[in-house]
Ligand binder design. Structure first.
Ligand code: ATP
Ligand code: MG
Length: 321
């Protein structure tokens, strides 16, 4: 089985324990939890039994150890995680508004994760890599963009494939070089996994259908759209399918998109039909939101199948209301 790899931030997350709690006054916090979008993605891949590895940097501190030990426990190859002596592991502090929106205080741009550079990427590190996953929000410095481009070129050069979850904030696109980097990656992408509102951000068309067509015309083979509790959709050149999500109580939305992507990409590479992979990915996203902590809801295949058997799909829950 080919190895799936990714590159990017490995951080801890510390979150408010009450909805409506702010960081304007002291309050009870939970954590640290292992986190970082690429780290969550690759943890989910490893949980499904696929060989998996991550290229990244942590500081010489307990937050770094927590992440490395966690990823290792779940089966991720951590040999390309570098411990930077003079740096601190990245962190994200999260509060939840009453309406479910999240606010973050990030310490990532100045953390060990910002030290990732092309020097950490070479043919040896990517030797067995058959598939490489890019998270757009990891591209916060030119050094990281260069490292990512180098990895993509090596993996493509050895006949591998690329998946890309933009995970972008609109603000990022105001920087011309950032938009250019995201477009560059899109041209090498085989599987594109945007959230609903991200589909049109990198295309000229203003509507979803038009944007998807444009992206497929670029050479992207599959477009998978994440739609939160409503589930997800799949498009390729000849085929479009919508698969409803599963009904769960949302405890913590962070990490759903990354678990979803990890499961979709892995199951597709393992030979699932698009619709089957989408159902497993929806189950994976639903399980992720049911647990507190961004990586805590990553699931193995036995739990995904058990969940799918017992769970109710969004559409059927609505029609029975
Ligand atoms: P993030 O905010 O972490 O970037 P995202 O926008 O990338 O998330 P979402 O669409 O929120 O991704 O979630 C990914 C998938 O997880 C959805 O397509 C769905 O299958 C599942 N999912 C997310 N939220 C829920 C929910 N509340 N109930 C059931 N399933 C959910
Ligand atoms: Mg996302």
């Amino acid at each position: 089985m080919g190895k799936i790899m990714t590159l990017g931030e490995i951080v801890v997350e510390i979150m408010a324990t009450q909805r409506g709690q702010t960081f304007l006054e002291p309050g009870l916090l939970a954590g640290p939890f292992a986190s970082g979008a690429p780290a969550i993605f690759i943890d989910q891949v490893a949980m499904l039994g696929q060989p998996a590895g991550i290229i990244g940097c942590v500081g010489d501190d307990t937050f770094g150890v927590l992440n490395i030990e966690r990823l290792k426990r779940d089966g991720v190859d951590v040999s390309a995680i570098h411990v930077i002596k003079q740096a601190t592991t990245g962190s994200a502090f999260v509060t939840y508004r009453k309406d479910g929106e999240r606010d973050f205080v990030f310490n990532i741009a100045n953390s060990a994760s910002s030290q990732i550079s092309p020097a950490h990427v070479d043919a040896q590190v990517l030797k067995d890599c058959k598939h490489f996953h890019v998270v757009g929000s990891s591209l916060f410095s030119f050094r990281i963009i260069d490292a990512m481009k180098k990895a993509i070129e090596i993996v493509k050069g050895q006949g591998g494939t690329i998946s890309f979850d933009p995970n972008i904030r609109k603000e990022m696109l105001r920087i011309a070089e950032m938009r250019e980097a995201l477009r560059y990656i899109l041209e090498f992408t085989d599987i594109f996994l945007p959230s609903g509102n991200e589909v049109t951000l990198l295309a000229n068309a203003a509507d979803e259908q038009g944007a998807v067509r444009e992206i497929l015309d670029l050479g992207v083979r599959e477009v998978v759209i994440k739609r939160g509790a409503r589930g997800s959709s799949f498009y390729d050149a000849s085929h479009h399918v919508d698969v409803p999500g599963f009904v769960v109580e949302e405890v913590d939305p962070t990490g759903a998109g990354d678990c979803f992507a990890g499961t979709f990409v892995t199951r597709r590479l393992q030979g699932d039909a698009s619709e089957t992979a989408l159902r497993h990915a929806n189950a994976s996203g639903a399980m992720a939101v049911s647990r507190q902590g961004p990586m805590e809801g990553a699931s193995d295949m036995v739990s995904l199948l058990a969940f799918e058997e017992s769970a109710v799909a969004f559409e059927s829950s609505r029609s029975s209301m």
